[in-house]
Design a protein around this ligand. Structure first.
Ligand code: SF4
Length: 313
C-alpha cells in the first residue's frame, strides 16, 4: 500500500500566527488568558493551549473584568469587539489578516452604498464576524448556494458587490459567483475571490493526490471548514474520504485491500498528527511514502508588536 502525502498541507500562516499570539500572551501575562471562541478549529491545538493556561469562551460575558482577551483567527463582529473593549484594556487580535481584508472590503462597499452579498456558511464564526461588520441599518445578504441566489432580489438602480468566506470550496464558489453574475450582471466582486491562498492550495493538492489514491484521510476537526472542503473533493470523485482528529480514529476496514492512501491535513491541523497517521499506516502494511510535489508557500504574518520580546522578535 502506497501512502501519498499532499503538498502543501496543514498549518497556514494565519493559524501559525494565531497560535503564536496565544502562546506569547501566556508567556507575557501568565495564565489564565481568555480566548473568544476556539482560536483555530482543531481539537489537538485547543487541548494543548488549554493545558498551557488558555480558557476558551463563547461569550465575552464569560470573561472576568480586566482579563487578557484574545480574538480567534476567524475574526469577530463589531459588537463583540465593543463588549471586549468595555471589559478589558488588554486585548490581542488573532484575526487572520486575510479575514480582516474581507471585513474591510465589506465596509468599503457599504460606504459606497452598495448592496452587499456574502457567500459563506451560515453559523460559521468567520461569517458571523463578517456579517457583524455591517454599519448600522445596512444589511449584508448571506447566500450559501445557487438556490439562495435565486431567492435574492434588489432594486434595479442599486449597485451591488459580493465577497466570500475565506475557506470555501473553490469549485462550489465559482458556481455561486456565476449565478450571481447571471442574475445581476452589474455586480462587483474581488479580482479572483476572497478564498485564501492556503484553502486554494490545499484543495489543488488534494485534487492532485486523488489522481493516484484510492481513499483520502484528512487530518482535521469536524468543525474545521477548510478540512471538510478537502474531504468533499474526494467524495465528489466517488472515493471514500475520512476526516479524523488523529491516527487512533482510523478503522482498519478503511484500508483493507487498498493500494494507495492519500493523506492531507486542514489548515489548522499540525504536522505531528500527519506523521502519526503515516506511522500507523506503515505499521499496517504501508510501504513507500511519497511526498507529492506542490506549491511552496512563503506567506508569513507577524504577531502584533506588543507581543514581540527582545529575545523573540
Ligand atoms: S485558512 Fe486562510 S483565512 Fe483561515 S487562517 Fe489560514 S490563511 Fe487565514
Amino acid at each position: 500500500m502506497k501512502v501519498l502525502l499532499a503538498n502543501p498541507r496543514g498549518f497556514c500562516a494565519g493559524v501559525e500566527r494565531a497560535i503564536e499570539i496565544v502562546e506569547r500572551a501566556i508567556e507575557l501575562h501568565g495564565k489564565p488568558i481568555y480566548v473568544r471562541h476556539e482560536v483555530v478549529h482543531n481539537k489537538f491545538v485547543v487541548n494543548r493551549l488549554t493545558k498551557m493556561g488558555a480558557i476558551f469562551v463563547d461569550d465575552i460575558e464569560d470573561i472576568p473584568e480586566g482579563g487578557v482577551i484574545i480574538f480567534s483567527a476567524h475574526g469577530v463582529s463589531q459588537s463583540v469587539r465593543n463588549s471586549a473593549n468595555a471589559l478589558s484594556n488588554t486585548i490581542y487580535d488573532a484575526t487572520c489578516p486575510l479575514v480582516t481584508k474581507v471585513h474591510k472590503e465589506v465596509l468599503r462597499n457599504q460606504k459606497k452604498k452598495h448592496g452587499v452579498v456574502l457567500i459563506g456558511h451560515q453559523g460559521h464564526p468567520e461569517v458571523e464576524g463578517t456579517l457583524g461588520q455591517s454599519s448600522e441599518g445596512q444589511h449584508i445578504h448571506l447566500v450559501e448556494d445557487v438556490e439562495d441566489v435565486e431567492g435574492l432580489f434588489f432594486n434595479q438602480d442599486i449597485d451591488l458587490s459580493y465577497t466570500t468566506q475565506t475557506t470555501l470550496s473553490v469549485d462550489d464558489t465559482q458556481l455561486v459567483v456565476k449565478a450571481l453574475k447571471d442574475k445581476f450582471p452589474h455586480i462587483n466582486g474581488p479580482k479572483k475571490n476572497d478564498i485564501c491562498y492556503a484553502t486554494q492550495n490545499r484543495q489543488d493538492a488534494v485534487k492532485e493526490i486523488m489522481k493516484y489514491s484510492d481513499i483520502l484521510i484528512v487530518l482535521g476537526s469536524k468543525n474545521s471548514s477548510n478540512s471538510n472542503r478537502l474531504m468533499e473533493i474526494a467524495i465528489n470523485m466517488n472515493k471514500p474520504s475520512y476526516l479524523i482528529d488523529g491516527a487512533d480514529e482510523i478503522q482498519k476496514s478503511w484500508i483493507d485491500g487498498i493500494n494507495s492512501v492519500g493523506v492531507t491535513a486542514g489548515a489548522s491541523a499540525p504536522e505531528l498528527l500527519v506523521q502519526e497517521v503515516v506511522d500507523f499506516l506503515s505499521s499496517y502494511g504501508g510501504g513507500e511514502v511519497i511526498e507529492i510535489d506542490g506549491i511552496e508557500e512563503s506567506t508569513h504574518f507577524p504577531v502584533p508588536k506588543s507581543l514581540r520580546t527582545e529575545k523573540n522578535k
